[in-house]
Write a protein that binds this ligand. Structure first.
Ligand code: FEO
Length: 401
């Protein structure tokens, strides 16, 4: 096979053979402004092993990269760390061309691969290993991080931790290693990925961060299934995950709003100005132009979150319920919330937002504001004061040990 794609060497016995998706901008509702990668890895040992595959449509790219290292039929094993189709979409075609001796997956992974594709995988129990010759591959289940089937695997000969979605990010690029990118981009995209994909399971992340050191893995590189790879600063990577998972309140505010005829927008701006007057950083997101994954990213980074929308046909404006449903599913914690809105007559919007904030267990020390047609001066002042006072309260909370 002539190949126009190359494999890239990761370590003495491991190659990156994944695909770069420069084009994708919407990943099941997550806006991927920087594209993404689907990482797959080839271990050249006595038993040649492919770890994960790629999204459907990128299978040829992966197979071509593999074939620059080894003929496809020489591969003995395929490991599926995670059965979501961005990593298993190419599996059926790969199996057809490679004809591996075995496909390995976790117990839930085997069930999921059978349901999706009719693939029969051999179950590798949590903590078990397979012998590849020079090294062994050990499997650690990371159930619900972020699917029931999720697991990570460790190749001890080279110290490679195949971490699947964990520590990944949606970032397409021409460089293999995270330290070859601007630190601020890596930091932003990792946090964005965490809060949009993993946030709901923060407790399990903290438990895993406690467990990992006990396994005494001599990690030389962390190889996630999306974005660049890590060959150093593992402590920093783990610390970023710890910070994200702890969800401690931060001295920042975000105001998320939808508007029809600018009444709610006026209240949003007054609230934001109140926060500014308190000296706290604030970001204002109009749902007409901000998507739900951007909203969640900012909500995760903020201690104070305000949501405002008009009433439309006896309900909150639909864009707002979309954002709130998405955010609620991701279970952000330790937030101070505020609801506001505007209406012409019936006025259910702000109340419905406040109910959603209650369901998320956000503290709401100040009751919602609902204006009619156009905010009065008193309502504008109330919105400003709410921003000012809540920013002060959150600022004080952050200072507490
Ligand atoms: Fe990248 Fe959960 O799939």
């Amino acid at each position: 096979m002539n190949s126009f794609y190359n494999a890239e060497k990761v370590s003495a016995n491991v190659y990156w053979v994944g695909a770069v998706d420069w084009h994708v901008r919407d990943f099941h509702g997550y806006k991927t402004q920087r594209g993404t990668t689907y990482n797959a890895f080839l271990i050249i040992d006595e038993k040649i092993t492919l770890v994960d595959t790629v999204k459907k449509g990128f299978t040829n790219e992966m197979l071509e990269r593999i074939s620059t290292v080894v003929p496809l039929e020489k591969i003995d094993y395929i490991v599926s760390n995670h059965a979501e189709p961005d990593h298993s979409g190419g599996l059926l075609e790969a199996i057809g061309k490679i004809k591996p001796e075995k496909v390995f997956a976790s117990s839930f992974g085997a069930k999921t691969l059978a349901a999706y594709y009719g693939i029969e995988a051999e179950v590798v129990p949590n903590g078990s290993s397979i012998d590849l010759g020079k090294g062994k591959l050990t499997f650690v289940e990371t159930r619900m991080l972020h699917w029931p089937d999720s697991m990570i695997s460790f190749y001890d000969a080279d110290g490679m931790l195949f971490s699947q979605d964990a520590f990944g990010m949606h970032l397409a690029g021409s460089k293999l290693w995270a330290d070859e990118y601007q630190e601020s981009i890596i930091d932003y995209e990792m946090r964005k990925y965490f809060c949009n994909i993993i946030n709901a399971q923060s407790g399990k992340v903290l438990a895993l961060l406690e467990e990992l050191p006990k396994l005494n893995l001599d990690i030389k590189a962390i190889l996630p299934d999306h974005g660049p790879l890590f060959r150093k600063d593992f402590g920093k990577v783990m610390q970023l995950y710890r910070e994200c998972a702890e969800q401690k309140p931060q001295p920042k505010a975000v105001v998320v709003y939808a508007t029809m005829w600018q009444a709610t927008e006026m209240l949003a701006r007054a609230f934001a100005d109140g926060v500014r007057a308190q000296g706290m950083e604030v970001k204002v997101l109009d749902l007409a132009v901000a998507d739900r994954s951007e909203v969640m990213t900012e909500v995760a980074a903020a201690g104070l979150v305000a949501f405002g929308a008009p009433t439309m046909n006896n309900n909150v404006f639909p864009l707002m319920m979309d954002a709130l449903t998405y955010v609620r599913g991701l279970k952000p914690q330790n937030k101070t919330g505020f609801a506001f809105g505007s209406c012409g007559w019936s006025g259910e919007g702000a109340k419905q937002i406040s109910e959603q904030l209650n369901l998320m267990k956000f503290e709401q020390p100040i009751p919602f504001i609902q204006s009619k047609y156009r905010p009065t001066d008193a309502e504008m002042k109330a919105a400003f004061d709410a921003g000012f006072n809540l920013a002060e309260q959150v600022g004080n909370k952050v200072k507490q040990p």
